[in-house]
Design a protein around this ligand. Structure first.
Ligand code: FAD
Ligand code: NA7
Length: 653
């Protein structure tokens, strides 16, 4: 920076502070080879021989540099020493006795490249570019006008009048930097819109918190799938014996090493999200967002520092957090999926409360890692999923050592011994008043998730929520009851709660808002996978829902057990894998439901989901030649209908 940064009459930004940029530090700490301290800055992006990757990184660095300049003083003037209008604006601030930070870009090492990046950031073709309180005011004309209107003082005090439509700070403010919010914000910025994303994680009751990216990357899909993989490897180690590998019987698993590796992968994803926001010209703030006026939000950062921002349009993408049952000891002694994936010690003997996919997946991989696991089920397994498949999953888990306590709920949790893990006494009750008491090291609650919509001032602009569930009803364009406020992702009422759904809805929304598109998110026939030890892939209707929709006589169910070739040598789980399609007879036997219990069920289901979207019929499946020997080929050879009652047990491949 050297002489390039000059200060006006009163110094607001300390140069050394500007130099010790937190983002540079984070980048260097994260091992980014390219992002260097300003003193160690690489040569201009215009230098010959630079490849695209390097240029991208260079742009990121410049972007960080610009953002740091902007946030280091209440008034920042990007200027050139040779520019007449720049001098006039600086003189004006001097006359007004307003302190400022002048970045003389013709004197910076980055020179031309910082000017190019600044242009992409502000879309202002001429210098100076003036920022007041991190808000772009514009150039010479705008500054003179503001001065004439006597508005500077108001701006500096943050007391500007209610802005007019064209003077909002942002085109779009997104509250929530998870799967949906990040996707929407980047897409909106591609259309040249000025976008701010706020993301803030309230620590769990036991104090767990995490970085940018939301549930999926930090405490959902990603760590879950990786822990599932850790459990599958134990099974693979067992199988490997029959394949000739001489593995010792007492192979041990190290929980701490697993979580360390997984958390390190997550941290690199957090960083990638941060970089990609910068590359996409999306402004990001680690702040809790809440409405304080119809078009104005308050952002409170982790240190309690408050800022206010206005926008023309808002997107709520705040996701959900685990629910607690409200029984004695729940928040004090229990953990949830928010805590499990970074738990610094092995959970030991674990009670998993709940029976939906989060509960069964966690129970599945914990048991797969060799732990003593019990699942407490209030009513049925996997409510909302095909119940035949759900029960088969339960049977398989039971056969692989998971215990189930059915039709009980916990009533109180008491601590017997502090430790890592400690010992807990769990008293549970059945609906008919019976009681059981059992000791566990860890109690994992997975009894549902609540939408984060109640503490963000939605009543101020008048966004209606379902008072009972906290979910936000939207129309088919994700518009809430307030036309300029949209919502996506897990907080939506009656929509599927999955990462790709939130991402798709976010992208399409931005394309409709800013790109002239009319394409809406299709929430129908969304494929999904439950990563229980025996994976379950599904697309379309469950058998129950198909019967309810079309009538039992109007559907034909084709099904079969199968035995993956790889499992025949270790002689395990014969006829546990299962394939089922549900066809609508009157519609040319179109496939309306697809279900598979199989290794790699997600990989299988993804491809079939495309075919189902294209209107796949049973006849087309039959005319498709299978790939041999793979699990998915079973779907090209299904002949037995459920109605026939014929045997579907397979002898081998
Ligand atoms: P989120 O990703 O939850 O993001 C919301 C963000 O907003 C969070 O960072 C939150 O802290 C932040 N926030 C909240 N309030 C505020 C505020 N006022 N101001 C600022 N920031 C705020 N889906 C799949 O597709 N596949 C899977 O395998 C899968 N596995 C899962 C496993 C588990 C254990 C869980 C819990 C979920 C899983 N999901 C899975 C679901 C998936 O994680 C969610 O559907 C997805 O993350 C929803 O995205 P979202 O953008 O709606 O919200
Ligand atoms: P779900 O899908 O809402 O399921 C909650 C499960 O917890 C379900 O089995 C419930 O049983 C059970 N439950 C609910 N309350 C209790 C109490 N008080 N005691 C015992 N058991 C209870 O929640 P998930 O956490 O699995 O997933 C929610 C979303 O998060 C999901 O859609 C993903 O996007 C991620 P019930 O069937 O109601 O009897």
């Amino acid at each position: 920076m050297g002489n390039s940064v000059k200060k006006g009459k009163v110094v607001l930004a300390d140069q050394n502070k500007v130099k010790s940029l937190s983002l540079y530090k984070a980048a260097v700490a994260a091992g980014d080879q390219y992002v260097k301290t300003p003193e160690n800055r690489p040569v201009s992006m215009n230098g010959k021989g630079r490849n695209t990757q390097e240029q991208k990184k260079r742009k990121t660095q410049l972007r960080i540099q610009i953002q740091e300049y902007i946030s280091n003083s209440d008034v920042v003037i990007f200027s050139k020493t040779t520019c007449e209008n720049c001098s006039k604006v600086k003189n004006l601030f001097d006359e007004l006795d307003v302190p400022y930070l002048a970045v003389e870009i013709d004197k910076t090492d980055s020179g031309l490249t910082i000017e190019e990046e600044l242009y992409e950031y502000t879309m202002e073709t001429a210098l100076p570019n003036v920022f007041v309180k991190e808000k772009l005011i514009g150039g010479y004309d705008q500054v003179i006008q503001l001065s004439k209107d006597g508005l500077f003082q108001k701006l500096l005090e943050g007391k500007e009048d209610k802005p007019k439509v064209d003077t909002y700070d942002f085109d779009l403010i997104v509250i929530g930097g998870g799967s949906g919010g990040l996707a929407a914000s980047k897409e909106a910025a591609k259309y040249g819109k000025k976008v701010l994303v706020l993301d803030y994680v309230i620590p769990s009751p036991v104090g767990t918190k995490w970085g940018l990216g939301g549930t999926c990357v930090n405490v959902g899909c990603i760590p879950k799938k990786l822990m599932h993989q850790a459990a599958l490897l134990r099974q693979a180690l067992k199988d490997s014996n029959k394949y000739g590998w001489q593995i010792e019987d007492n192979v041990q698993h190290n929980w701490e090493r697993m979580t360390k590796s997984i958390q390190s992968q997550i941290r690199s994803l957090n960083w990638n999200y941060r970089v990609s926001l910068i590359q996409n010209h999306v402004e990001y703030e680690n702040g809790f967002g809440e409405f304080v006026e119809a078009h104005k939000i308050k952002s409170t950062n982790p240190k309690g520092r408050v800022k206010y921002y206005t926008a023309n349009t808002f997107l709520i993408a705040t996701g959900e957090r685990p629910r607690y049952p409200g029984i004695p000891g729940d928040k004090e002694y229990c953990i949830t999926s928010d805590d499990l994936f970074s738990l610094p010690y092995c959970p030991g003997k674990t009670l998993v409360v709940g029976a939906s996919y989060v509960a069964l997946e966690c129970a599945g991989f914990l048991a797969g890692l060799g732990l003593d696991v019990t699942v407490m089920v209030r009513s049925i397994l996997l409510r909302g999923f095909d119940q035949e498949m759900a029960n088969k999953i339960g049977e398989h888990m039971e056969e692989h050592g998971v215990k189930f306590i059915k039709e009980y709920v916990p009533a109180k949790i008491e601590q017997i011994e502090v430790g890592a893990p400690g010992r807990l006494k769990v008293t549970s009750q059945s609906a008919d008043g019976k009681e059981i008491v059992e000791e566990y090291n860890t109690v994992l609650l997975a009894i549902g998730r609540d939408a984060c919509t109640r503490k963000i001032g939605l009543d101020i602009p008048g966004v209606k929520i379902n008072e009972k569930t906290g979910k936000i009803p939207v129309n088919d364009e994700e518009q809430t009851t307030v036309p300029y406020i949209y919502a996506i992702g897990d907080i939506l009422e009656n929509k599927i709660e999955l990462t790709p759904v939130a991402i798709q809805a976010g992208r399409l929304l931005a394309q409709r808002l800013y790109g002239g598109s009319t394409v809406k998110c299709d929430y129908v026939t969304v494929p999904t996978t439950v990563f229980t030890p025996l994976e379950y892939g599904a697309c379309g209707l469950s058998e129950e829902n198909a019967i309810a929709k079309y009538g039992e006589d109007n559907i034909e169910v084709y099904h079969s057990y199968f035995w993956p070739l790889e499992w025949t040598v270790p002689e395990r789980d014969s006829n546990k894998c299962y394939a089922k399609i549900i066809c609508h007879i009157k519609d040319n036997e179109r496939v309306v439901g697809f279900h598979v219990l199989s290794p790699n069920a997600g990989e299988i289901t993804q491809g079939f989901a495309v075919a189902i979207k294209c209107g796949l019929t049973k006849e087309q499946l039959d005319s498709t030649i299978g790939i041999h020997p793979v699990c998915a080929e079973i779907f090209t050879t299904l002949t037995v209908t459920k109605r026939s009652g014929e045997d579907i047990v397979q002898g081998g491949c």
